[in-house]
Design a protein around this ligand. Structure first.
Ligand SMILES: Nc1ncnc2c1ncn2[C@@H]1O[C@H](COP(=O)(O)OP(=O)(O)OP(=O)(O)O)[C@@H](O)[C@H]1O
Ligand SMILES: [Mg+2]
Length: 401
């Protein structure tokens, strides 16, 4: 019940948002056409959870009242091309296998088939485009334009778009016509504050744990940490779940604040390691070069030294080294990800350079980078003593060596 996939029946502190979303979509129950809706807010602010709940509630009411209402939800993180989106929407509406849209058609043909399937379905069709910003980033806004004006071509059906985004500025990239269509109604989800996160966690903890298992202060601490991380309920839940796992591993009877602190450190490391793994190749080599230099010196390193080190490593890996200017951009990128800090230092006679400090745990990050086949040739050898130690500790082994 602490997992992300679990949808709780109650969403504390989202009553107002639930009502707002429901009010925008409710006209569908009377056979009227609702406005398009854009929902935006930072990560873990309950956008997906709220829409899921409203969807279930409206569907139940529509079925009871015999109103023609259908919902289609698409996560644009997975379905992010125009083709796959239209195909997906069409196939959700298809009743028979023979109606299904295969891969390999022209986009026009898919569009026409999808329109026919909508027409056959009839009534109001609400299309929820979760993480819509990813769709636009990957394949532009043409497909949104198609969907936003499709009602002019439909007779017995009406399409309503509900876009969900955690990129607050993504509409800036949209064509003005698409933007105004999508923005007919707009709802902002504010980040949760610590007391709200406490209520969310307490609700879940009541069902997830036996009584007396959660020490006083544990939920408060999880909530406080998560508030610092931009009020993300997902993060708060992950902390509590991980703290519980830490307690189990310790064979403890209760979850303590210490477990929460350990969980927070673990989670931060995991996030950093994941972030490093997803960097582009040259950026990884650069980060590795920075970490190597930093490990040697244990103090800030200057960009000149970092660049030399990077060039040496890149050459050993058979990669043509990038120009210093591109590397300088990557330094800024690593900084904006919070992995390093770069400060400008003057070097006499008006010369200026950047000094780089490392903000990640070296002992975790270097092995994570070395795991990448790209970097494996320059990685350090794995701990050689390991086999010996295991033999040593093996209780089955008796007698002298
Ligand atoms: N008010 C709430 N009460 C209970 N659980 C909540 C509440 N808000 C969010 N959650 C839980 O927190 C997690 C994150 O919520 P959700 O997925 O809805 O966030 P989101 O705003 O869609 O985030 P993202 O932008 O990353 O997609 C989910 O597990 C959800 O069940
Ligand atoms: Mg979401």
């Amino acid at each position: 019940m602490l997992r992300d996939s679990y949808v709780p029946a109650r969403l504390p502190h989202r009553d107002a948002e639930i009502r707002q979303v429901a009010e925008v979509l409710a006209p569908a129950l009377r056979g009227d056409v609702p406005s398009n809706l854009l929902i935006y807010g930072k990560i873990g602010t309950g956008k997906t959870a709220v829409v899921t709940q409203v969807r279930q509630d409206l569907q139940r009411r529509a079925d009871a009242a015999d109103a023609k209402l259908a919902f289609i939800s698409v996560n644009c993180g997975n379905v992010d091309t125009a083709y796959s989106l239209l195909q997906n929407v069409g196939n959700t509406l298809a009743r028979a296998d023979t109606d299904r849209i295969p891969t390999g058609w022209s986009l026009d043909r898919v569009q026409a088939a999808m329109r026919r399937l909508m027409e056959t379905k009839g009534g109001t069709i609400v299309l929820v485009l979760d993480e819509i910003d990813r769709l636009v980033a990957r394949s532009g806004d043409n497909v949104l334009y198609t969907l936003a004006q499709i009602n002019t071509e439909l007779d017995g059906a009406r399409l309503v778009l509900v876009g969900i985004s955690n990129d607050l500025k993504f509409t800036n990239h949209l064509d003005a016509r698409v933007r105004s269509r999508l923005n007919e109604e707009k709802i902002l989800f504010e980040p949760y504050r610590a007391p709200q996160l406490q209520d969310i966690l307490a609700d879940r903890a009541r069902v997830a744990f036996r009584e007396g298992v959660v020490d006083p202060g544990v939920i408060e601490l999880c909530a406080a940490y998560a508030q610092l991380e931009s009020g993300d309920a997902r993060r708060a839940l992950a902390l509590l779940r991980l703290a519980a796992e830490m307690a189990e591993r310790d064979r403890a009877k209760r979850i303590t604040r210490d477990h929460v602190v350990k969980a927070k450190n673990r989670l931060e490391k995991d996030i950093i390691v994941d972030c490093c793994r997803s960097l582009p190749p040259h950026c990884k080599v650069l980060l590795y070069a920075i970490l190597q230099a930093y490990e040697r010196r244990r103090t800030g390193v200057l960009t000149g030294e970092v660049y030399d080190n990077y060039k040496r490593l890149a050459e050993r890996l058979g990669l043509p080294p990038l120009h210093a200017r591109s590397i300088s951009n990557y330094v800024s990128e690593l900084e904006s990800l919070g992995l390093i800090r770069a400060t400008i230092v003057s070097r006499g006679r008006g010369g200026r350079t950047r000094e780089i400090q490392v903000d990640v745990p070296i002992s975790e990050t270097m092995p994570a980078l070395e795991e990448d086949p790209l970097l494996a040739p320059i990685g350090r050898p794995k701990n050689r003593g390991q086999t010996l130690l295991t033999n040593f500790d093996n209780p089955a082994r008796t007698g002298p060596f």
